[in-house]
Ligand binder design. Structure first.
Ligand code: HEC
Ligand code: HEC
Length: 310
C-alpha cells in the first residue's frame, strides 16, 4: 500500500518535473540556444561570404572551362592541335608562354587585356588569308555571322586562359600535355552520349531527312546531339565565297566521278572527309569526327538540307 503511495507520489513528482517545470526551462533554454545559434550563423555567413563567393566563382569558371574544352576539341583542334600546340602551315600555337606573359600582345601592339584579345579574335576570326596561313581563322561568334553563341565563345576563351595558369604558377616548363589536359569529365558527362553516333561507315541506311532541321544544324542555330554547335558554317559559305572549305552553293549538282548518288557522296563527305578531297583543298582539314558527333537522324537532316543547294 505504502509502496503504491510512494510510487504515485514519485510519479507525480516525476510528471511534474517533466510536464511543468522542465518544459518552461526547456523553452527558455531552447530560446537561448536558438538565439545564440542565429547569432553564430549570421556571423559565420558574414565572415565566410567572400570565401563562399570565391568558391562559387571558381565552380562557375570550372564548368565554363570544361565546356570550353569540349568546344576546343570539336572546333579548334583540327587546326590548332589537340593541346593548342599549333600545326605547321595550318594554324599557330596558342599554348605558349609568350601568349600569356605579354610578349605576344606587345609584339602585336595590343594594349588591352589578353582575355579581350582572345574574345575578339575568336569571335570575329581573321578572314584574310596570308602567306603563312593559307586557311584563314574562321569567324566563330553569331555576332559576326559565325556559329557560336557568345557564351560558347567565352567558354572556349576561358579554356585557353586556363593554360596560362600553368605558366603563371611557375610551371613555365610544364609539358603542354599537362597544362592542357581538360578537367576530368564529371560522371554526368561521361554518361553523356545519350545518342547513338552514326559512325564512319557510309553503307549504313539513314532515315528520311528534314531539310529545315538540317539547315539549323548546319548554321549552328541548333546544337548537335553532343550539345556543341557543329561549326559547318564557319568553314562553308552557301553563297559561293570560299571561307576555309569549298562553298556549298550548288553542292547538290556537282557529284564527283565514281559516286553512285549524291546521298552517298554527301554522307561520305561529312563522316569520312579524307576519303575524297575536293580539288584545290588538298592539305586543308575538315574535322573527321562528325561520325561521332551526329546520330543517323541529324546526318540525314543535314544531307537533306545540302540537297536543296542545287
Ligand atoms: C581552319 C583552321 C582554324 C580553325 C578551325 C580555328 N583556327 Fe584559330 N587561327 C587559324 C589561323 C590560320 C590563325 C592565324 C591567323 C592570322 O594570324 O592571320 C588563327 C589564329 C587564332 C588566334 C590568334 C593567335 C595569335 O597568335 O594571336 C586565336 C586565339 C585562335 N585562332 C583561336 C581559335 C579558337 C578558339 C578556335 C576554335 C573555336 C579556332 N581558333 C579555330 C586557324 C584556325
Ligand atoms: C574546319 C573547317 C571545316 C568544318 C568545320 C567543316 N568542313 Fe566541310 N570541308 C572542309 C574542307 C577544307 C573541305 C574540302 C576538303 C575535303 O574535301 O575534305 C570540306 C568539304 C566538305 C564537303 C564536300 C564539298 C564539295 O564541294 O564537294 C561537304 C559536303 C562538307 N565539307 C560538309 C560539311 C558539313 C555538313 C560540315 C558540318 C557538319 C562541315 N563540312 C564542317 C572544311 C570544314
Amino acid at each position: 500500500m505504502s509502496e503504491n503511495v510512494n510510487e504515485s507520489r514519485g510519479k507525480t513528482l516525476f510528471q511534474r518535473l517533466f510536464t511543468e517545470l522542465l518544459p518552461i526551462e526547456q523553452r527558455a533554454l531552447m530560446g537561448t540556444l536558438v538565439f545564440i545559434a542565429i547569432i553564430l550563423a549570421v556571423g559565420w555567413v558574414a565572415l565566410n561570404e567572400p570565401r563562399r563567393m570565391d568558391i562559387y566563382t571558381a565552380q562557375y569558371e570550372g564548368r565554363s572551362i570544361q565546356r570550353g574544352a569540349s568546344i576546343f576539341v570539336t572546333n579548334c583542334s583540327s587546326c590548332h592541335g589537340a593541346r593548342g600546340e599549333g600545326i605547321a602551315g595550318v594554324a599557330p600555337a596558342l599554348n605558349t608562354p609568350e601568349m600569356f606573359d605579354g610578349t605576344h600582345l606587345a609584339e602585336l601592339g595590343w594594349t588591352g587585356t589578353l582575355e579581350d584579345y582572345l574574345l575578339l579574335t575568336v569571335a570575329a576570326g581573321r578572314p584574310a588569308r596570308s602567306a603563312d596561313w593559307p586557311n584563314p581563322m574562321p569567324t566563330w561568334s553569331q555576332d559576326y555571322g559565325g556559329p557560336m553563341r557568345p557564351d560558347e565563345v567565352e567558354d572556349v576563351v576561358n579554356f585557353i586562359l586556363n593554360w596560362g595558369l600553368a605558366y603563371e604558377e611557375g610551371y613555365a616548363e610544364a609539358p603542354a600535355e599537362e597544362a592542357a589536359a581538360p578537367a576530368a569529365p564529371t560522371p554526368e558527362e561521361e554518361e553523356a552520349p545519350a545518342f547513338e553516333p552514326v559512325g564512319t561507315d557510309v553503307t549504313v541506311a539513314l532515315p528520311e531527312g528534314d531539310p529545315a532541321r538540317g539547315e539549323a544544324l548546319f548554321l549552328g542555330t541548333e546544337s548537335a546531339p553532343d550539345g556543341a554547335p557543329l561549326g559547318c558554317q564557319a568553314c562553308h559559305s552557301l553563297d559561293g565565297s570560299v571561307l576555309v572549305g569549298p562553298s556549298l552553293q550548288g553542292v547538290a549538282s556537282r557529284l564527283p566521278e565514281g559516286y553512285e548518288s549524291i546521298d552517298l557522296y554527301l554522307h561520305e563527305a561529312i563522316v569520312a572527309p579524307s576519303a575524297y578531297i575536293v580539288p584545290g583543298f588538298e592539305g586543308i582539314n575538315m574535322p573527321d569526327n562528325f561520325g561521332e558527333r551526329l546520330d543517323a537522324q541529324s546526318l540525314a537532316d543535314i544531307i537533306a538540307f545540302l540537297k536543296t543547294q542545287e
